[in-house]
Every structure is written in C-alpha cells, then in structure tokens.
Write a new protein. Sequence first.
Length: 76
Amino acid sequence: MSEKLTFSNVVLASSISGITSRIILHPIDTIKSRLQVQRNSTASDILKDGNKLYKNTFDAFKTITKYEGVRGFYRG
C-alpha cells in the first residue's frame, strides 16, 4: 500500500500544485494590487464624477470582468 516517493513524482506534484495555486490566486492578487494603487492615486486619476474606479473588491471583480474579460485578471 505504501508507495515509494521518487524524485520525478515529487517534482511533478510540486509543479502541479504551483501552477494550480497561481491560477487560483493570481486574480485575487490582481484585484488587491489595483485597489492599492487606486487608494494611493493622485487627484488626476479619479474619475470625473469624483468616484474611484473600484468601490470594493466585488466591484473590482465585476468591473475587470466586464471591461477586460477573464484575461484581465492575468495581465501584468
């Protein structure tokens, strides 16, 4: 029942886990970064009506999806 872990099994498993975690966590990191940049932005970066581009996390998710699509989460 016990399998011996080989070097190739460990490398494969760690590669899969790294790729999976980046795919899942990168959109969250993108939203966090955009909200932080927005908070530290100058007055010229504020929209014409005086509001910021993103109101909160969920609004940022919705706005990025609407204007940039899912690929917008994986840019930069």
